[in-house]
Design a protein around this ligand. Structure first.
Ligand code: ADP
Length: 549
């Protein structure tokens, strides 16, 4: 080491500092939430800061000890934001519960995490009632976003805050201590818990705030549509607060019209959510092209699943820029974003080159290392060689919470194996071709379900399309496309394959189509391929009629 030491302070990176800054420096910054009666609740960072401290004090008065888990069962709104900071300020661990899971799964997660306290929206009390008998909670605190009565024995959130003296000792902690946790949705096997440290959240927040990350600045009005109960709402509540931007939160109303109303009325400049939301928004905009106007610099981050090229083109035709974020619960979640490099001026303007970049999953954020690994070892960055995407970095999980089964998601040399199959090109752009378990293996070749879905959804008659593998006696697996047509639109399997033909090898076109009313979705609005596979598990190629190709 030589005889030199750093002369710098070793101030720990702690989450509460973000709200402290917003409360002091951007006290009038607006936090707008839609409540259960659709009315808009308006508050400021000054109040959120004061109330988060009051929540922390209240939790400590209930006996919260350092590291105790506090569950939240809430929509996106001001009180959830207060919990995002108040629980850490008290020294607790914020554990966001996915309210769209089956009650038995929520109970499993509460028990596995050993949640001691729960903060719940009054409108979600009926959901809590379905699993309350299966969990052991010391106290339940009820937030009134509706008009539901507080059950006997539970605590009314507002009364709880009103009792606070305003005196709260600042959190003294090591930056590697736990601050929050999330469970994976458990699409395969039991949900698994990821425990985030202060350091991971702070570094993730700083990196995603970069102009080339989300680019959220204090002049923005950010609207996280991605739920605060799923992967930290992509970190946006933290980023927006740290930077002091205004926040708009949609509460329980996530339909396209409600979102469009908020985007317009609140002059939102930044929003984020899964592609199914934005596909719905595009459809509404086409139906009512003159009904909504947007802030001139509105941009959307779409993530969580791949989106068809037409979605980016359509949004831009309405003056809205859209780019992607890629991530996972295990990566806090953002690992990459699709900025367009200055060395690609052709992609800056509208045209094919632009959408070729936008449909990729982007460049890794600073401090995120990536590699592609396949049977032959580490694959070159040539945009062709596919393999599993593996990552490491300061906001990538190193293991799961209390995981007795063990896991093969971490390699011997310390990388996290995502289960996503991808290529990386010479510029460093990641392109996810599929989740490993969704790839279709036909006659020894791999077919990307994601590529087929994207291209199908570019067809003007198609609202949604999901492609799955069906076991095949000769080819091992062949693609079946489940398609939802737009209202009043028609398209035959042959029409759709003709549409795909210019973009795909003939052998990779779907052999069969089913037209259905809706693609089953996961708790966070992604296509639920497991359910779809279940629906067609008895598919009989002999009875299915002639192949489409
Ligand atoms: P789950 O989808 O299992 O509920 P996560 O929310 O953690 O869990 O999702 C992570 C997965 O979502 C990634 O492994 C990847 O397959 C997919 N994903 C996330 N962002 C994107 C994106 N921009 N494009 C394509 N796939 C994405």
């Amino acid at each position: 080491m030589g005889n030199i030491r750093s002369t710098m302070m070793t101030t720990p990176l702690l989450v509460p500092a973000m709200l402290e800054r917003a409360g002091r420096i951007f006290p009038t910054g607006a936090v707008v939430s839609r409540l259960a009666d659709r009315s808009l609740h308006r508050t400021t960072y000054r109040d959120v800061y004061r109330r988060a401290k009051a929540l922390a004090e209240g939790l400590q008065s209930l006996g919260l000890r350092r590291g105790d888990r506090v569950g939240t069962l809430m929509w996106n709104h001001y009180a959830h934001l207060e919990a995002y900071f108040g629980i850490p300020m008290a020294g607790g661990v914020l554990h966001t519960l996915n309210l769209r899971l089956a009650p038995a799964d929520i109970a499993y997660i509460v028990n596995h995490a050993k949640d001691r306290f729960l903060i719940v929206d009054d409108v979600l009390l009926p959901l809590l009632a379905k699993f309350r008998g299966e969990v052991k909670l010391d106290r339940v605190i009820v937030v009134g976003i509706g008009k539901e009565p507080v059950p006997a024995g539970d605590i009314a959130y507002e009364d709880f805050l009103a009792k606070a003296s305003g005196e709260l000792a600042p959190l003294v902690a090591d930056e590697n201590e736990p601050v929050s946790m999330c469970y994976t949705s458990g699409t395969t096997g039991r949900p698994k818990g990821v425990v985030y440290s202060h350091r991971a959240i702070v570094l993730h927040t700083l990196a995603t705030a970069l102009v080339d990350g989300t680019g959220i600045g204090h002049r923005d009005t950010a609207m996280p549509v991605v739920p605060m109960f799923h992967v930290n709402a992509w970190g946006i509540p933290f980023t927006a607060t740290m930077i002091g931007s205004n926040l708009v939160m949609p509460g329980p109303f996530l339909d396209a019209e409600s979102l469009l109303d908020l985007l317009d009325r609140e002059r939102v400049t930044f929003t984020a959510g899964v592609p199914t939301l934005w596909l719905g928004v595009v459809q509404k905009l086409k139906e009512f092209p003159n009904r909504w106007t947007f802030a001139p610099n509105l941009r959307i981050i779409s993530g969580g699943a791949a989106a068809p090229e037409s979605m980016y083109r359509d949004l831009e035709s309405f003056g809205v820029r859209c780019f992607q974020g890629w991530g996972m619960t295990e990566t806090t979640p953002v690992g990459s974003t699709t900025l367009i490099k200055r060395s690609m001026p052709e992609a800056d303007v509208s045209g094919d080159a632009r959408y070729q970049v936008l449909t990729k999953q982007g460049l890794p954020l600073p401090f995120i290392d990536i590699r592609i690994v396949n049977d032959t070892g580490e694959a070159p960055w040539d945009g062709v060689a596919t393999g599993e995407l593996q990552l490491r970095g300061p906001w990538v999980a190193a293991g799961y919470h209390d995981n007795q089964e063990g896991d093969d998601k971490w390699t011997a040399d310390g990388w996290f194996a995502t289960g996503d199959v991808a290529t990386v090109d010479a510029e460093g752009y990641i392109q996810i071709t599929d989740r490993a378990k969704d790839l279709i293996k036909s006659g020894g070749e791999w077919i990307s379900s994601v590529a087929l879905e994207g291209a199908l959804m570019d067809h003007p008659a198609v609202k949604e399309a999901a492609v799955i593998a069906i076991a095949h006696p000769k080819w091992q697996e062949r693609p079946l496309a489940a398609v939802v047509l737009k209202p009043g639109a028609t398209a035959t399997p042959t029409d759709l394959n003709e549409h795909l033909r210019p973009r795909f090898a003939t052998w990779s076109l779907p052999d069969a189509y089913v037209f259905i009313a809706e693609i089953p979705k996961t708790s966070v609005g992604k296509f639920q391929k497991t359910k779809l596979r279940e629906m067609y598990k008895d598919w009989d190629w002999d009875k299915a009629g002639p192949r489409v190709v």
